[in-house]
Design a protein around this ligand. Structure first.
Ligand SMILES: Cc1cc2nc3c(=O)[nH]c(=O)nc-3n(C[C@H](O)[C@H](O)[C@H](O)COP(=O)(O)O)c2cc1C
Length: 306
C-alpha cells in the first residue's frame, strides 16, 4: 500500500512532514542531530532574533510546574547584525525547512529584521513572533491588539515575499479577531499559540521563582487552551494554521489536526524526548493507513464544523 501523504504546503513553503520544531525549543537544529533523524522533521523555527542584541532576563529563567514549563528567557539573542554575520550560514543545506523567527519592539523593528533575515537564502520562511510574554508587556502588545497586529503584519509583508507565519498569543479575549487582522494584513499562515502567562512563588523565600517574576507556560498544561484557540481560529480564517501547545503524542497531534491545524509545532516535548516528532510522524502514517486515508488533509478540521 502507498504511504499516506503527510506533506503540507504553507504559503510557498513545502514541508515533507507536518511537524515544525518550536522557536526557542530546538536550538539551531544541529544540537538535536545526534538524538533525532533530521530528515524526519518538517522544519525548524529558529530562536527569535531582534534588531539589537539582548542579554535576556535575570535568572532563574525556567521553572518546572506539574504539567509544564514556565520560561522567561526574555528573547536573549545576539541581534540581527551578528546573527547574519556569524549564525545564518550554518543553516544552509539542512534536510528540513528552516524558518527564521523575528521579534521586535516597534513596527519598524519588525519590518527591518524581517527584510534583513528574509533576504538570506538559508532562511526559507519567516515567523513573526508578536506574542512573547517575557519582555515586560511590550513584546506581547502587538499580538494582543488588533490594530497593532494589522500594522506589524503589513509592514513585515511589505518586507518579504517569503512565507510569513504570524504567531499569535493565547493571552487575549478574542483570538479569532486578531487572527482575522493578521490574515487581512497578508499573513500566509498562523502559529497558534505562543505560551500562556503564568508565575510561581517560592514559599520559603516568599519571592517569585522566576527572575522576571512572570513567565510563559508551555507543555501539556496548556494543551486544551491551545486546542480551543486553534478551533476558534480555524473557524475564522482560510489560511493554514500551525497548531502548538503541549503536543507530546500522536493523540495530541491528531486533536490539533482535527480541530483545524494543517501542521503542528513541537516545542517543550523536545527537552524531554527528541524522538517525539519522528514518533508522531510514524504514528500519523499508521493512523491514516489503518483508516484507508491517503492524505493528512483528509482529517484536517474534521472535528470542526466551522
Ligand atoms: C524555553 C522556551 C523558549 C521559547 N522561545 C521562544 C522564542 O524565542 N520565540 C517564540 O516565538 N516562541 C518561543 N517559545 C514558545 C514555543 O515556540 C512554543 O510556541 C510554546 O512553547 C508552546 O508549545 P510547546 O508547549 O510545544 O512548547 C519558547 C518556549 C520555551 C519553552
Amino acid at each position: 500500500m502507498v504511504a499516506p501523504d503527510l506533506s503540507v504546503r504553507i504559503g510557498r513553503l513545502q514541508l515533507a512532514y507536518p511537524t515544525l520544531m518550536g522557536s526557542g525549543c530546538y536550538g539551531s537544529g544541529e544540537e538535536y542531530a545526534p538524538f533525532a533523524d533530521p530528515a524526519k522533521i518538517g522544519g525548524v523555527v529558529l530562536k527569535s532574533v531582534t534588531r539589537a542584541p539582548r542579554l535576556g532576563n535575570p535568572v532563574p529563567r525556567l521553572v518546572h510546574t506539574p504539567a509544564g514549563l514556565l520560561n522567561a528567557i526574555g528573547l536573549q539573542n545576539p541581534g540581527i547584525e551578528w546573527y547574519l554575520r556569524h549564525d545564518v550560514a550554518k543553516f544552509a543545506g539542512r534536510p528540513y525547512r528552516t524558518i527564521g523567527s523575528v521579534a521586535g519592539f516597534s513596527v519598524e523593528d519588525y519590518a527591518y529584521v524581517t527584510e534583513r533575515l528574509a533576504a538570506r537564502d538559508e532562511i526559507e520562511a519567516i515567523e513573526l513572533n508578536i506574542s512573547c510574554p517575557n519582555v515586560g508587556h511590550e513584546g506581547e502588545t502587538f499580538g494582543c491588539d488588533p490594530d497593532l497586529t494589522s500594522k506589524v503584519v503589513s509592514a513585515a509583508r511589505g518586507a518579504t515575499d517569503k512565507t510569513l507565519i504570524v504567531k499569535l498569543s493565547p493571552n487575549v479575549t478574542d483570538i479569532a479577531s486578531i487572527a482575522l487582522e493578521a490574515q487581512a494584513a497578508g499573513a500566509d499562515a498562523l502559529a497558534v499559540v505562543n505560551t500562556v502567562r503564568g508565575m510561581a512563588i517560592d514559599t520559603n523565600t516568599w519571592r517569585p521563582r522566576l527572575g522576571n517574576v512572570t513567565g510563559g507556560l508551555s507543555g501539556p498544561a496548556i494543551r486544551p487552551i491551545a486546542l480551543l484557540a486553534v478551533y476558534e481560529v480555524a473557524r475564522a480564517v482560510t489560511i493554514p494554521i500551525v497548531g502548538q501547545g503541549g503536543i507530546e503524542t500522536l493523540s495530541d497531534a491528531l486533536e490539533f489536526f482535527l480541530a483545524g491545524a494543517s501542521a503542528i509545532s513541537i516545542g517543550t516535548a523536545n527537552f524531554t524526548d527528541p524522538r517525539i516528532p519522528a514518533r508522531i510522524v510514524d504514528g500519523l502514517a499508521a493512523y491514516l493507513s489503518a483508516r484507508g486515508l491517503g492524505s493528512l488533509r483528509d482529517i484536517v478540521g474534521k472535528a470542526n464544523p466551522g
